[in-house]
Design a protein around this ligand. Structure first.
Ligand SMILES: Nc1ncnc2c1ncn2[C@@H]1O[C@H](COP(=O)(O)OP(=O)(O)O)[C@@H](O)[C@H]1O
Ligand SMILES: [Mg+2]
Length: 282
């Protein structure tokens, strides 16, 4: 992958912290978007952020700093109090609400317990009126992508937590969305399962050229997965720093044990400490 903004680092030099300059075509632009809930909570101070095609962008920050709110704004599940969210259509025209194509994965896999895995994955196609003759092959392919071939006829209760999450990911990708939003998807899983899912997610992201926005509380997960990590602060929710993780892709297990990985984790941890110690703003 080529990054025009790639910084080549000598060991022990400071890691790159940048303001968000971007060399890729944008998928979404958040322009001075602000969210104040009716009860007066200022969930997001005006935020500017551009998500580029093919990025794996992770939001990290203390609880209540507006990570979920930002994803919901981008998904048009809630409206900004002020500012705008622009999407770029295939021809790179800016569009407001039309032209959004996205998948959303939550911490809870939210599967229909009475329906087989294949029916759960097919749901978005059924809702879009795609005939079963066409959707069958796409469901098979989606399940293979997440390593669940052979489980199409199972029910959710027959699957482990990690497998249910794989079903949820397959369902979110079946419509080939321009943007994949993932809100703490692996937060409830044990670390071993989470690491496996992270490794598989990186491969999937790389092979399918997905553009992904991911939320996590885990510094390790953020560093392993991301091309950029956005550090957010609370009260009001805001972007404090953006760190590029310029490392070869697709990342593999070995990256976790590398010196560079440890350096990134330390730098990110220091940023988070700084954010949580910063004085509150009015
Ligand atoms: N529907 C809502 N009404 C009022 N306040 C809300 C609502 N949703 C979220 N908030 C508040 O907005 C802030 C940001 O919430 P959220 O985006 O969920 O944070 P995060 O995902 O980073 O933990 C928090 O203070 C939260 O309590
Ligand atoms: Mg949240």
């Amino acid at each position: 992958m080529t990054h025009n903004h790639l910084l080549v680092l000598a060991p022990n030099k400071p890691l790159p912290v940048q303001s968000g300059a971007l060399a890729r075509a944008p998928v979404v632009e958040v322009l001075s978007a602000e969210k104040i809930f009716p009860n007066g909570t200022r969930a997001l101070a005006p935020i500017d952020l551009t998500v580029g095609a093919g990025e794996f962008l992770t939001l990290i920050g203390p609880s209540g700093c507006g990570k979920s709110t930002l994803l919901k704004l981008i998904a048009n599940l809630i409206e900004p109090t002020d500012g705008r969210i622009l999407w770029w259509s295939g021809e790179f025209h800016k569009v407001e609400t039309a032209g959004r194509s996205l998948g959303f994965v939550f911490q809870d896999p939210t599967l229909m317990p009475w329906a087989r895995v294949e029916s759960n994955v097919r749901l978005p196609l059924d809702l879009a009126g795609v005939p079963k003759s066409e959707s069958g092959e796409r469901v098979r392919e989606a399940l293979a992508r997440v390593g669940l071939e052979g489980f199409a006829r199972h029910y959710p209760r027959q699957l482990s937590g990690g497998m249910k999450m794989r079903v949820s990911i397959a369902r979110s990708l079946i419509t080939e969305p321009d943007l994949l939003l993932m809100d703490e998807p692996f937060g409830a899983l044990d670390e071993f399962t989470r690491n496996r899912l992270d490794t598989d997610l990186v491969r999937l992201w790389w092979e399918r050229k997905l553009t992904t926005m991911f939320v996590t509380h885990s510094i390790y997960e953020a560093v392993f997965l991301s091309t950029r990590v956005v550090v957010m602060g609370a009260q009001p929710g805001r972007i404090c720093r953006i760190m590029s993780i310029d490392e070869p892709q697709p990342r593999e297990e070995g990256f976790r044990n590398s010196l560079r990985f440890g350096e990134y984790c330390r730098a990110l941890s220091a940023s988070l400490t700084e954010v949580s110690l910063a004085p509150l703003q009015a």
